[in-house]
Write a protein that binds this ligand. Structure first.
Ligand SMILES: Cc1ncc(COP(=O)(O)O)c(C=O)c1O
Length: 374
């Protein structure tokens, strides 16, 4: 008898295949496969409406979006960033020849701690690259106050923040540019994909040129741009995905609430407060495994694997621990005490729209059992 498939931390949301066929037929009929075709235009418009932003440029993925955003802002020298993120955040700096300067995170939000930013600013600092980790908004007002004082650009890596709103509206309106990811593992996916959100039409135009090799017209190239264009199949798929996004987000909310209910009494396990927003997206369900829990974090991670539950240690190791970063003075653990502690405690539990509640109960049951191992 074959075992049932494992439960992964996430599972991409897919519409019924039959619904996608008419979109593919339209692409086949038109022979327009990329280069800002009709689906590309439609998805940009639809996402602007859905997200409540005015200027959005689709990308092939968020990493190229981040690289391009830093180019567009002409960042140079040093950029302040968080070690507690997916490695693409800092890699986008290295791809631009920029020096990352790691600043510690706040222990409640797990985002860049604004109180520690100023001490890291030098005459070479030109920008802050912050991340809305797990879709929880950064302290944008505090970050932007510092940026104004020191004349720094602000880029938000909003890879996790699809649909997140704060009291004033979309979290994507903050900073000079924000970057979304539509990777298969994200709340909203186009297989691979992403978007850069600009504050005005002129900035969007520059982003659009940069993602298309720097072309302005057929014979004019104004910058050493890259190929960051989203293709028509992904754009069409995005339009179809948008039809079910509200249902998917609602379902994530139910799962999040159920986990919190089941884990409330478990000593040593704390559920991260990932909201901090008027509207969150429940993209991840991180818990912290404290010293008073019956097992170490890694032992719990392996125990779950023994039960075919593939939780993930996002974000362990810290970016600052990887070989291309660890020699930087700001990468020293003594500089990053909160991030270092959290990286040793965090575990992201499975959450995705069609995760059955019985499976949520099974996962929580294993965590409850681990408590008794003490
Ligand atoms: C915080 C963060 N930034 C950037 C990325 C890169 O996104 P993409 O895979 O779309 O390039 C990811 C995840 O993939 C991420 O989690």
């Amino acid at each position: 008898m074959s075992l049932p498939p494992p439960t992964f931390v996430t599972r991409p949301q897919l519409p019924p295949l039959e619904e996608f066929i008419p979109y593919l037929r339209e692409i086949w009929d038109s022979h327009v496969l990329t280069n800002g075709g009709p689906f590309h235009v439609r998805l940009e418009q639809a996402l602007c409406e859905y997200l409540g932003v005015e200027h959005l440029s689709l990308f092939t993925n968020a990493t190229i979006g981040l690289v391009t955003a830093l180019q567009a802002l002409r960042a140079n020298g040093e950029v302040i960033t968080t070690p507690y993120s997916f490695v693409a955040t800092a890699h986008s700096l290295l791809w631009n020849g920029l020096k990352p300067v790691f600043v510690d995170i706040d222990e409640r939000s797990l985002n860049l701690d604004p109180a520690k930013i100023e001490a890291a600013i030098t005459p070479q600092t030109t920008a802050i690259l912050a991340v809305h980790v797990y879709g929880r908004p950064c302290e944008t007002a505090a970050i932007e106050r510092i940026a104004d004082t020191y004349n720094l650009k602000v880029i938000y890596d909003a890879a996790h923040a699809f649909g997140v709103r704060d009291a004033g509206g979309s979290v994507l309106r903050h900073g000079d540019l924000s970057v979304l990811s539509f990777h298969a593992t994200k709340v909203f996916n186009t297989f691979e994909g992403g978007a850069v959100i600009s504050p005005d039409a002129k900035t969007k135009q520059r982003i659009d040129q940069l993602k298309n090799f720097g072309f302005v017209d057929e014979v004019t190239v104004v910058a050493p741009g890259i190929n960051g264009k989203m293709n028509e199949v992904s754009a069409a798929f995005g339009l179809l995905q948008l039809k079910r996004i509200d249902q998917a987000l609602a379902r994530r909310k139910v799962i999040d609430a159920r986990y919190r209910e089941l884990l409330r009494g478990v000593r040593g396990i704390s559920c991260v407060d990932t909201a901090g927003a008027a509207v969150g997206n429940h993209a991840y369900f991180p818990v912290l495994v404290g010293p008073d829990y019956g097992l170490e974090r890694d032992a719990l991670y392996h125990l779950l694997r023994d039960h075919r539950i593939i939780a993930r240690r996002y974000f362990y190791p810290l970016i600052s621990e990887f070989p291309m970063y660890r020699g930087l003075p700001s990468a020293a653990r003594a500089n990053l005490p909160v991030a270092s502690r959290i990286a040793g405690q965090v575990l992201c539990l499975p959450i995705y729209p069609d995760l059955p509640l019985e499976e949520v109960e099974r996962v929580a049951g294993i965590l409850q059992g681990g408590e008794r191992a003490a």
